[in-house]
Design a protein around this ligand. Structure first.
Ligand SMILES: [Zn+2]
Length: 364
């Protein structure tokens, strides 16, 4: 398999177009056409992780966090980032990062935390904006069925549990072909009227490139009239954080102790306890202060996240518990999630869960 073939499989799980705009995801180092000898899955790509890849003949590192985040202007080996990149290039090792693309899918970082904590029927906490597009095009009535089916096959027309959703209305289109045109119907220099179907479908932005390709290849006209717009509607399957319920209500101290044990936290920093049972739980792996308001609005009894600052703990307002379980701890099972996923998709392939320690935070 090539690097591209493996990363295409990872894109099926977490399309890169779902990543946040500030992020740096995808293939950061390496060539997509390189043959993969083995895959090493890690949370962070540090030098010891590249060493582990070399030792185990893995020439593709699948990393949750991107090692190159801001601009990289020099490669002199002065910083740990530069040393990692230099070592990877010298040893022909590719690095692919998923980060917020994997944060924003239901089977990603937060779905995994929900699995580990036994949270049932979790829903996305903050659905991503501008993730749904709508295509409208105009096609001769006799060609509408074929075009519609081709668009469905490319991923258009899915709304919740429904597929093949479209809206169609027939009317009369007009055009006059110019001197250099090669019209499928009508004549050059004469206004032509054609019975057409106005066909509308919605689709997730992850499919946009594929859908545009299909539109142009399946539409009979030389010049395709179409509009693509971004909708305000949100997709309940794409977004940050998740919220769901426990099987049974549990005392808050017992719950936090259980979280500590299951997530391997060395210490949980939390806002004041409220003396009530925990039933509804919001989770957001990684830095989650931005989700405090959404978690409170969802009616969660507790938000499990990390990187909460002093003043941010006040935002709980005595209505919810904010629990900071540690950044690494909150995301660590993402490695297992990726190894399980890849093993299922490409069995009999060398896929390795990194054993290198990458958490930069130590506890006394
Ligand atoms: Zn993180």
């Amino acid at each position: 398999m090539t690097v591209k073939e493996v990363t295409d499989i990872l894109e099926d799980l977490a399309p890169l177009s779902y990543a946040e705009s500030f992020d740096n995801v995808g293939l950061l180092v390496g060539n997509p056409s390189t043959k993969v000898t083995g895959i090493l899955v890690t949370l962070d790509t540090l030098e010891n992780v590249v060493d582990e890849a070399i030792e185990n003949k893995c020439n593709l590192i699948v990393s949750f966090h991107p090692i190159i985040f801001g601009g990289l202007k020099k490669l002199t080996g002065k910083s740990y980032v530069e040393r990692v990149v230099i070592k990877a290039i010298k040893n022909d090792i590719a690095i692919y990062s998923m980060h917020t693309a994997l944060d924003n899918v239901t089977q990603g970082v937060n779905g995994k935390i929900c699995d580990v904590l036994g949270i049932k029927n979790p829903q996305i906490l903050i659905p991503q904006k501008e993730s749904i597009k709508k295509l409208t095009t105009y096609v001769p009535i006799k060609d509408a069925d074929a075009l519609r089916d081709a668009l469905f096959d490319a991923g258009a027309g899915n709304i919740g549990n429904y597929s093949n959703c479209s809206f169609n209305t027939n009317g009369k289109g007009s055009y006059k072909a110019g001197e250099n045109a090669n019209p499928t119907m009508g004549e050059i220099g004469k206004t032509h009227y054609e019975e057409e179907t106005q066909l509308s479908v919605t689709f997730s932005k992850a499919y946009q490139a594929k859908i545009m390709k299909v539109l142009f290849s399946s539409h009979p006209y030389e010049e395709v009239a179409y509009e693509v717009i971004t909708l305000e509607n949100t997709d309940q399957n794409i977004g940050m954080g998740m919220v769901g319920r426990l099987q049974n209500p549990i005392d808050e101290i017992n719950f936090l102790n259980e979280v500590k044990k299951k997530m391997g936290s060395e210490g949980i920093r939390h806002s004041k306890l409220l003396g009530k049972k925990i039933m509804k739980v919001a989770v957001l792996g990684g830095s989650g202060a931005f989700a405090i308001e959404a978690a409170m609005a969802s009616g969660a009894d507790v938000l499990i996240t990390s990187d909460i600052k002093y003043h941010e703990f006040y935002k709980a307002e005595g209505k919810m518990i904010i629990a900071d379980i540690g950044h690494y701890e909150s995301e660590q099972f993402t490695k297992n999630l990726l190894v399980d996923y890849l093993t299922k998709k490409i069995p009999n392939f060398a896929i390795r869960l990194s054993e290198s320690k990458t958490n930069p935070i130590k506890y006394l």
